[in-house]
Design a protein around this ligand. Structure first.
Ligand SMILES: [Zn+2]
Length: 139
């Protein structure tokens, strides 16, 4: 698991503090965490976390520090499209664009943070679709 750093204001004294942040997959869901400790006021550590939708600042810090990853479907010509469609629909992809998303996934793969793709890989594995994920050096 890779960690990144973001700056936030201490809730006690207002100093700018460096916070550690990361994402991980727990129980089939994406969780993000921001952990801040203020050295100015010694106000102790504050922890903030949430599920599914990582805040843009956290996500960008993770992409910058940990890199962009790319998930690819193995042997896409042998993969049935319907189960993949259902997986993508369950992640919130609108019906109107899901076919295009499936084809994009089959041909180019999907980029994102390591944890996002770990979760997508889990969901695709559940419907029998094997994938590989690697650092995307073009991203
Ligand atoms: Zn403080």
């Amino acid at each position: 698991m890779c960690e990144a750093f973001i700056e936030q204001r201490c809730q006690t004294c207002g100093s700018v503090v460096q916070c550690r942040t990361w994402e991980h997959v727990i129980g089939g869901r994406l969780q993000w965490v921001v952990l801040c400790g203020c050295g100015t006021c010694g106000g102790g550590e504050t922890e903030e976390f949430g599920w599914d939708e990582t805040p843009a600042q956290v996500r960008q810090a993770l992409l910058d520090t940990c890199g962009t990853f790319r998930l690819r479907v193995q042997a896409p010509q042998q993969v049935a499209r319907m189960p993949v469609m259902r997986v993508l629909r369950a992640t919130g992809e609108p019906l109107a664009s899901v076919s295009a998303r499936v084809e994009a996934l089959m041909t180019q793969g999907q980029t994102g943070t390591e944890a996002e793709l770990e979760l997508l890989a889990l969901r695709l594995a559940e419907v029998g679709v094997p994938t590989t994920t690697a650092r995307d050096d073009q991203g």
